[in-house]
Design a protein around this ligand. Structure first.
Ligand code: IPM
Ligand code: MG
Length: 358
């Protein structure tokens, strides 16, 4: 029997609730599927680790993750530590250290979910946003000088390399080709940002020549927000820069009913390193420790983890169980207007998996 080594990193806030829930669900799906098992190792990195050790994760932490088949991550963020410290000290350290350059964010309106758009049927909103995950606005290049003085200066430089742009576009075209509609929207801001974004447009046109089966169009990021609201059915696969896609994916999640449902995969498509799967909601300190967190974003991320491992049948089985549970209003958590707890939703998904296996 195949055993997959999974690192779990709950991180901070509700990450500590949803990651254990995800682990239970992965165990249940393995039991229901047969043929494979998981071996988990938990890493207590994040805000508490920072308070004890002065860093978000150990300096040699990547080495401990290196041999894993995948990483399940919760969230990083602590009310008492600056956000840029928690982000760069943990999540970005892993994403950039393992060159997980493709961030994939599917969005659908799951059964039973009340989405805010009036004229949007569930079948009109079935998107995957591909976010460049290694450079651009998150390159970390810049600096500050003369702090506190009137002449203080600060820069954040967005770095785009041809290699970085070409590999994410190629990934997006391949993903678009694998989906039924074979439709890709390339998002930029190449009217205002007249260097790197113009290079994106050029590289997109070049890469497109290798994908004659894919219909593609271009959209400026501001116009894209309006198109997502007004013409959702005109969109299928989307590719954008690190920051643009960060913003668009929050809008996408909200249009699909809740940030609590949305999943993410941070992929190294070349599989040189482990990939990392996480819900896109943050640490949500306002509800932490109360058992109110929606674990569905983590469960859907587990579906993506299974797909990445090549366990397609198990991934379908888990997605089916999730959708059966979201279709039941009594099993909605507070973010969806319901009163169910994290534990109740987790139990329901596990029970559904066991029942479907019989
Ligand atoms: C996301 C999040 C992060 C990001 C935050 C927590 C820094 O918003 O994954 O979309 O901007 O990358
Ligand atoms: Mg975001």
């Amino acid at each position: 029997m195949k055993t997959y080594a999974i690192a779990t990193i709950p991180g901070d806030g509700i990450g500590k609730e949803v990651v254990p829930a995800g682990r239970r669900v992965l165990e249940a799906v393995a039991a229901a599927s047969g043929g494979f098992a998981f071996e988990f190792e938990d890493f207590g990195w994040g805000g508490d680790w920072f308070r004890a050790h002065g860093e978000m994760m150990p300096a040699d932490g990547l080495a401990a993750l290196r041999g894993k088949d995948a990483i399940l991550f919760g969230s990083a963020g602590d009310p008492h530590i600056p956000d840029h410290v928690t982000l760069w000290g943990l999540r970005l350290k892993i994403c950039q250290g393992f060159d997980q350059y493709a961030n994939v964010r599917p969005t659908r309106i799951l059964p039973g979910i009340d989405a805010p758009l009036k004229r949007c049927r569930p079948e009109d909103l079935d998107w995957v946003i591909v976010r460049e995950n290694s450079e651009g606005e998150y390159a970390g290049v810049g600096g500050r000088a003369h702090q506190g003085h009137p002449i203080e200066v600060a820069t954040d430089v967005s770095m785009m390399t041809r290699v970085g742009v070409e590999r994410i576009l190629r990934f997006a075209f391949e993903l678009a080709r694998s989906r039924p509609r074979r439709l890709l929207t390339v998002v930029t801001k190449s009217n205002a940002q007249r260097h790197a974004m113009v290079m994106w447009d050029e590289v997109a046109a070049q890469v497109a020549q290798d994908f004659p089966e894919v219909r593609w169009d271009k959209e400026l990021v501001d116009a894209m927000t309006a198109r997502m609201v007004n013409r959702p059915a005109s969109i299928d696969t989307v590719v954008a820069t690190n920051l643009h896609a960060d913003i668009l994916s929050d809008l996408a999640a909200a249009l699909a009913g809740s940030l609590g449902i949305a999943p993410t995969a941070n992929l190294d498509p070349e599989r040189r390193y482990p990939s990392m799967f996480e819900p896109i909601h943050g640490s949500a300190f306002d509800i932490m420790g109360q058992g109110l967190a929606n674990p569905v974003g983590t469960f859907w991320s587990c579906v993506m983890l299974l797909e990445h491992l090549g366990e397609a049948a198990a991934a379908r089985r888990l997605m089916q169980a999730i959708e059966t549970v979201t279709a039941t209003p009594a099993l909605h958590t507070r973010d969806l207007g319901g009163r169910a707890t994290t534990a109740e939703v987790t139990q329901a998904v596990c029970r559904q998996l066991a029942a479907a296996a019989r």
